[in-house]
Design a protein around this ligand. Structure first.
Ligand SMILES: *[C@@H]1O[C@H](CO)[C@@H](O)[C@H](O)[C@H]1NC(C)=O
Ligand SMILES: *[C@@H]1O[C@H](CO)[C@@H](O)[C@H](O)[C@H]1NC(C)=O
Ligand SMILES: *[C@@H]1O[C@H](CO)[C@@H](O)[C@H](O)[C@H]1NC(C)=O
Ligand SMILES: *[C@@H]1O[C@H](CO)[C@@H](O)[C@H](O)[C@H]1NC(C)=O
Ligand SMILES: *[C@@H]1O[C@H](CO)[C@@H](O)[C@H](O)[C@H]1NC(C)=O
Length: 386
């Protein structure tokens, strides 16, 4: 890390920490902070992100398109951009969630019908990476199905997808004890993702600490034509008709919506249009300055998928006596500045952020899971003398 970047990081940390504000000297010329100090800062930033340690993602972690779309939906600047995202935001969970997590199933644990007495495929999703303090508000299982062009007749094209929670470990002959979670009658005439509500099961596993025996997916062909079974619902790599290189993008996806008790929900906030920068009077009073934080500068671009960086801004400037109204001061700051004018051993009020806003971040956690989270107080919206 270059000294410049260290400086940047320290400033960012102070901005984010609020209470650390006193640690920033008001001069730009100062010695580079020590290694230990930097490590402490990085740790506190990770803690703010709710991470135990810096994620070290393995080389090829596929980021599901759905997560990218949810991120773009979150951070779209205007309606034009929104219209380009072909996605309906799932409306159930938005009211309470500030975190979205995605999971792929453990392929080595999957049970395929035919090899056992069951007609459904059992999936196991390892959800241990969900922190204890996070409350799940809903969860969906997404399955990709493809249109069959030269397939059976229209009448033969109907099938039903049943999603179950597996209640007990499979019996010796492979039978599953299950509970129905969601079901849908579909026709093979379109290619699309189907979303199934699996919230009750995920809530039982996380909140009630029930044992996760997995989910089961059953595709029932209403007018039996063996030939086409299992070919168009992309539930298992081993059932694919041919080796498909896009498997990571079409494989089943479990999505959880949760809240960690910190900050706002992932509802789209109305974006402020950036205020036109007035030609500044040459005064040095407290105001907001541009500060672009580039995650690749601090070497975090390997685990932060998006954004590549963001405009954080910082507050800097004088808080002169007497304090003017536009300096967003408090009565206390006015009194303190007044006292300073007669006794300089009492410091002046400080130029600090008075209004902050959130950004959404898409990143890989310590377990290579893709997470979308809203982080509050990341962007300075207003400065003031406090
Ligand atoms: C789930 O993941 C955790 C953390 O990677 C691991 O320790 C645990 O053994 C996994 N559980 C199963 C059943 O695979
Ligand atoms: C099954 O096929 C028969 C005739 O082939 C048709 O009448 C019936 O509606 C079909 N069932 C479904 C659920 O499509
Ligand atoms: C596909 O079939 C379903 C069920 O009959 C029907 O409701 C839907 O309109 C069809 N869609 C297309 C694109 O043909
Ligand atoms: C200035 O403030 C300091 C700290 O409260 C105090 O010790 C000192 O006596 C004050 N000086 C005057 C001249 O009031
Ligand atoms: C005072 O706060 C408002 C709203 O937060 C902001 O628009 C304005 O720029 C702030 N004033 C200064 C000097 O930063």
């Amino acid at each position: 890390m270059s000294p410049g970047n260290r400086m940047l990081m320290v400033i960012v940390l102070c901005l984010l920490g609020g209470s650390h504000a006193n640690l920033i000297p008001h001069s730009d010329i100062r010695p580079a902070p020590s290694h230990q100090l930097l490590r402490d800062f990085e740790l506190s930033l990770l803690r703010m992100f709710g991470l135990q340690r810096r994620p070290q993602p393995s080389q090829e972690v596929p980021v599901p398109d759905y997560m990218r779309d949810l991120y773009r939906l979150q951070s779209a600047e205007d309606d034009d951009e929104l219209r380009q995202i072909n996605l309906e935001y799932p409306d159930r969970p938005t009211s309470r969630a500030n975190t979205v997590r995605s999971f792929h199933h453990e392929e080595h644990l999957e049970n395929i019908p035919g090899t056992s007495g069951s007609t459904s495929i059992r999936f196991f999703f390892n959800l241990t990476s969900i922190p204890e303090n996070e409350v799940i508000s809903s969860a969906e299982l997404r399955l990709y199905r493809e249109q069959i062009d030269h397939g059976p007749t229209w009448e033969e094209g109907f099938h039903r997808i049943n999603i179950y929670e597996v209640m007990k470990p499979p019996t010796e002959n492979g039978q599953l004890i299950t509970r129905l979670l969601d079901t849908r009658l579909i026709h093979h005439n379109v290619t699309r993702w189907e979303s199934f509500d699996v919230s009750p099961a995920i809530m039982r596993w996380t909140q009630e600490k029930s044992i996760n025996h997995g989910l089961a997916v059953e595709v029932v062909h209403l007018n039996q034509t063996k030939h086409f079974q299992g070919k168009h619902v992309r539930v298992s790599r081993s059932l694919l008709p041919h080796e498909n290189s896009d498997w990571s993008q079409i494989r089943p996806l479990l999505i959880t919506f949760s809240h960690d008790g910190r900050g706002h929900a992932l509802t789209r906030r109305s974006k402020r249009s950036p205020k036109p920068q007035r030609a500044r009077k040459k005064n040095k009073n407290c105001r907001r300055h541009a500060l672009y934080v580039d995650f690749s500068d601090v070497g975090w671009n390997d685990w932060i998928v998006a954004p590549p960086g963001y405009q954080a801004f910082y507050c800097h400037g004088d808080c002169p006596f007497p304090l003017a109204d536009h300096l967003n001061s408090t009565n206390h700051a006015i009194v303190q500045t007044l006292v300073n004018s007669v006794n300089s051993s009492i410091p002046k009020a400080c130029c600090v952020p008075t209004e902050l806003s959130a950004i959404s971040m898409l990143y890989l956690d310590e377990y290579d899971k893709v997470v979308l989270k809203n982080y509050q107080e990341m962007v300075v919206e207003g400065c003031g003398c406090r």
